[in-house]
Design a protein around this ligand. Structure first.
Ligand SMILES: *Cc1c(COP(=O)(O)O)cnc(C)c1O
Length: 428
């Protein structure tokens, strides 16, 4: 045995070092070790070994202004000096008040009542609880289920998981643990519209709400639907007297080319969830926003009619300051025009993949470009090859997608598109 060989004790130390951190959605025994990031700037992630990767997915769609935008950094630094955090029970503060007022002004209709939490999943939990409790507060019992759509993704906590696609979603193994929801296909055809109508009629006495991701089902497969489909969902929910929850956690803040995806269908939901890009990718924050009619159901002399939720770090002032600064940037800088420019470049650049053997579909909407393979490629190999080209992406299942920062420059965007095209052709 050479003196350079690892002893079992050494191996134990290495294993402990590699397993001290539990990784997200990762089979740690077989996955390649994670890359160590040390710095970010613009659309780029700098690794510990000096390599620089162009981030094709803006850190799970959050970093819409690119990394390290000085305006957000300055706002957070100033807030850190003044007051990093106070509890929100019994206290309020300007960062939260200002942010809530600005969100209410930006959102359509009378979505004016903002509940802050710290992750998208919890924003969905709050939306579900709002819907369920609003019925109870009106004296209606038995409405505890939601109607959700196949292909959807709404988060990783209990209620959110229960609304995800029950068969193809990431949580199918938890079926028996979860509340049973009602699932339908999105109403793309007349037959699907009739089916949704019938399911709503059959289950309406036990339904509290309808929940949907508008225009794009993100983590469920980057599946896109036209605004008319969303309008149909809204119309049928209304016809059956059910509140509509829009999960804009992925689509909110310019990703689909408008500030909010629901604008493209001209609809106003009863409850809307935001997170991901809310702070421009800097801090954990989420918001569940309700209309006056939903809020009214909680406005009462009865203490038990209050909304029964309140996370310790809700409305964290640092995160609110970051989100407020992010909204400044949407006002001052041409983010929506940038999303349109990215859309045109993605559509043009990915078009060569259409109809190629092994490629099932190519979809583009706003700053989202998705390539769907006919069968799932070897994702580890695909990711590694793209890293070799200087590109950071996170393909899943049979989908390789790009959702870059809205501020990405033309050279970096060209590198992303060229690399995705080359590696998709090679993997297909
Ligand atoms: C990411 C996401 C969530 C969950 O948000 P987390 O912050 O990861 O809890 C919920 N819904 C949609 C549409 C999302 O994209």
């Amino acid at each position: 045995m050479s003196s350079l060989a690892l002893t079992p004790a050494h191996r134990g130390v290495i294993r402990a070092a590699m397993t001290a951190l539990w990784r997200p959605y990762t089979q740690m025994k077989t996955a390649a070790p994670p890359l160590e990031a040390v710095r970010t700037h613009g659309s780029r992630i700098v690794l510990a070994d000096g390599r620089e990767l162009v981030d094709g997915i803006a850190s799970w769609w959050t970093a819409v202004h690119g990394y390290n935008h000085p305006h957000i950094a300055a706002a957070v630094a100033a807030q850190l000096e003044a007051m990093p955090h106070v509890m929100f029970g019994g206290l309020t503060h300007a960062p939260a008040e200002r942010l809530a007022a600005r969100l209410a002004a930006l959102l359509p209709g009378d979505l004016n009542h903002v509940f802050f939490t710290d992750s998208g999943s919890v924003a969905v939990e709050v939306a579900l609880k709002m819907a369920v409790q609003s019925w109870l507060n009106r004296g209606v019992t038995g409405r505890t289920r939601v109607l959700s759509f196949r292909g959807g993704y709404h988060g990783d906590t209990m209620g959110a998981m229960s609304a995800c696609d029950p068969d193809e979603g990431m949580h199918r193994r938890f079926g028996a643990y979860l509340p049973a929801q009602v699932f339908c296909d999105l109403p793309g055809t007349d037959a699907e519209t009739a089916a949704l109508d019938a399911v709503l009629a059959f289950h309406r006495h036990e339904l509290a709400a309808v929940i949907v991701e508008p225009l794009v089902q993100g983590a469920g497969g980057m599946r896109m639907h036209p605004p008319e489909v969303l309008a149909t969902v809204a119309r049928l929910a209304r016809r059956h007297g059910l509140p509509l929850i829009l999960d804009e956690i992925f689509t909110g803040f310019g990703r689909t080319g408008t500030l909010f995806a629901c604008e493209q269908a001209g609809i106003v939901p009863d409850i809307l969830c935001l997170s991901k890009a809310l702070t421009g990718g800097t801090m954990a924050l989420a918001a569940t926003v309700a209309t006056g009619a939903v809020f009214e159901a909680f406005w009462s002399d009865d203490p038990a009619a209050a909304l029964m939720h309140g996370p310790t770090f809700m409305a964290n002032p640092l995160a609110c300051a970051a989100a407020d600064a992010s909204l400044d940037l949407f006002e001052r800088e041409p983010r929506l025009a940038q999303a349109r420019t990215i859309e045109a470049r993605l559509a043009e650049g990915l078009a060569v993949l259409r109809g190629r053997p092994g490629i099932r579909d190519v979809r583009v909407l706003g700053a989202i470009g998705a390539v769907q393979f006919a069968s799932p490629p070897d994702l580890a190999v695909l990711k590694a090859r793209l890293v070799e080209r200087g590109v950071w992406v996170r393909p899943f299942g049979d989908v390789l997608y790009l959702t870059p920062a809205l501020t990405i420059g033309p050279a970096d965007l060209d590198l992303l598109v060229a690399s995705v095209v080359a590696e998709a052709l090679r993997s297909a």
